[in-house]
Design a protein around this ligand. Structure first.
Ligand SMILES: Cc1ncc(COP(=O)(O)O)c(C=O)c1O
Length: 481
């Protein structure tokens, strides 16, 4: 999906936004007792927010009231804002208004589970997905129907030949093809429109997991009569600079209208008698109960911010940072990157980079980065166990052995990697901080002594309790004296 939103001042706006990052000025404690600037490179998990979005949320709270049934001004304004937000999301992904609608959820996981519970699967039919998926785009399907997996190439990218093979093998018997837009582990981008066209030719509908994609690349679901269109899509606001609890599921209305609603209760019925209930149309029938109105407003504000910056600037900036990080990581002795590691290949990937450092445990590397560098990354399997095992080339008997250990509450040998992932506010100084600290770790010159907690699989510094959270934050609000 190519950038489509030229905006000449996008790059300068983007650079100014770094200073608007909420929490940029917060220094965090480290093992030496020194406080350090927090280097945030865990954006593939969740992104922080920006002051303009937070201000928009605060402004909205002044008008906040329940939606759709109140006659008060604030309730009507809240209802209007909530409905407007639906339009904002629909336009952002270029949904086809004649055929599709936006259902607000909590996140991508809830979106996928909802779709899996609702979809009218046919007996004997399958869902085709891939071994590179986040568990959220795999486990929900397994609960409802048989799942068939497309394999990976050696470099962790989707095996298109296998995709074509599986489509041919199950032709006419595939209800849904469900694929991620981008891997949360290797950052590989999938050719969503090609996959969608081939899925449609095999008689299947196409679901795109846009959790990773939505904040980093433009999305175009395309009109329903375009063979490359996307039928269903899920995204999470907390990965799009709006960590206030909302998500979205964009659906093709038709297949979901003849099925029973996922949840029943207030807000989704036209009329109820003691012996019957008549459901409203979509999307209301799939939004039972009071929705996360504030989270939805925040999501819309974040989308408006991304649109204002424009995709040209976002893509250029993130590709530049990804290129820089790949080049710098390659100079550190012992770094092994999983997936695309060629700095010239940044158009095939996002800036989520997973790696290991020599034979050091991934959790130890992540702990030193945090406790000594104030650097936030993530480690482990990133909720994509089958994919991680494939990238690490763990033999099946060893995988089975470790699985048994984990079930017995020993995570000490859990396979995994360290992941650093960029957002629009990161700059080269963040990558420099990461790579300087990794160089020290590679040279064995970090200062702490660390032990692993078998149950959690985390490393902790011995004899130090520098993360005194209560000293930094407590849950009691400031009340009038
Ligand atoms: C590719 C992908 N899909 C789905 C999810 C699940 O998202 P959420 O935790 O917001 O439900 C994630 C989260 O990391 C992800 O990276």
């Amino acid at each position: 999906m190519q950038p489509t939103n030229p905006n000449p001042d996008g790059m300068s706006l983007l650079k100014k936004l770094r200073d608007e990052l909420v929490g940029l000025d917060i220094e965090v404690p480290t093992l030496s007792g020194e406080r350090r600037r927090y280097v945030s490179l865990d954006n593939a998990a969740s992104t922080p927010t920006f002051r303009p979005i937070m201000e928009k949320v605060n402004e909205f709270l002044g008008y906040y009231a329940n939606v759709h049934r109140g006659t008060g001004f604030k309730s009507q304004l809240s209802s209007w804002a909530y409905d407007e937000a639906r339009e904002v999301v629909a336009r952002f992904v270029k949904a086809d208004p004649a055929h599709q609608t936006v259902i607000f959820t909590r996140n991508t996981t809830e979106s996928m589970n909802k779709l899996a519970r609702l979809y009218p699967f046919r007996p004997g039919h399958v869902v085709l997905t891939t071994t590179m998926e986040h568990h959220s785009n795999d486990l929900p399907w397994r609960r409802r129907t048989r799942v068939v997996y497309v394999g990976m190439r050696d470099d962790g990218s989707l095996d298109l030949d296998d995709y074509r093979r599986k489509l041919a093998e199950y032709r006419g018997r595939i209800d849904l093809v469900a694929v991620t837009g981008a891997s949360n582990v290797s950052g590989w981008l999938n050719p969503a429109h090609l996959l969608a066209r081939l899925a449609h030719e095999s008689g299947a509908r196409f679901v795109l997991d846009a959790a990773q994609l939505a904040a980093h690349r433009p999305i175009d679901m395309k009109p329903a009569d375009d063979p490359e269109h996307i039928d269903f899509l899920a995204l999470s606001a907390h990965k799009m600079y709006a960590p206030f609890g909302a998500g979205a599921l964009v659906v093709e209305r038709k297949p979901l209208l003849d099925v029973e609603p996922d949840q029943v209760g207030g807000g989704m019925v036209d009329v109820v008698s003691l012996d019957g209930a008549w459901w409203r149309g979509l999307p209301e029938r799939e939004e039972a109960g009071t929705p996360d109105i504030v989270g939805v407003v925040a999501l819309a504000a974040a989308i408006r911010m991304l649109e204002r910056i424009g995709w040209d600037a976002i893509v250029e900036h993130e590709q530049e940072l990804t290129r820089y990080m790949l080049k710098k990581l390659a100079t550190i002795p012992g770094v092994r990157i999983y997936g695309q590691s060629d700095p010239a290949g940044v158009s095939d990937r996002l800036g989520a980079i997973s790696f290991n450092l020599a034979d050091l445990h991934h959790a130890l590397v992540a702990a030193v980065l945090s406790y000594e560098g104030g650097i936030a990354v993530r480690c482990g399997c990133f909720c994509a166990h089958p994919y991680m095992l494939c990238l690490l080339k763990v033999p099946p008997d060893e995988a089975e052995h470790v699985r048994k250990e984990i079930i017995a509450h020993d995570r000490s040998r859990i396979p995994g990697a360290v992941r650093a992932s960029v957002g629009i506010y990161n700059d080269e100084s963040d990558i420099d901080a990461l790579c300087n600290c990794l160089e020290r770790i590679a040279a064995g010159s970090y200062s702490g002594q660390y032990t692993m907690c078998k149950e959690t699989g985390n490393y902790m510094p011995v004899g130090a309790d520098c993360f005194d959270f209560e000293h930094h934050f407590d849950l009691a609000p400031r009340l009038p004296e």
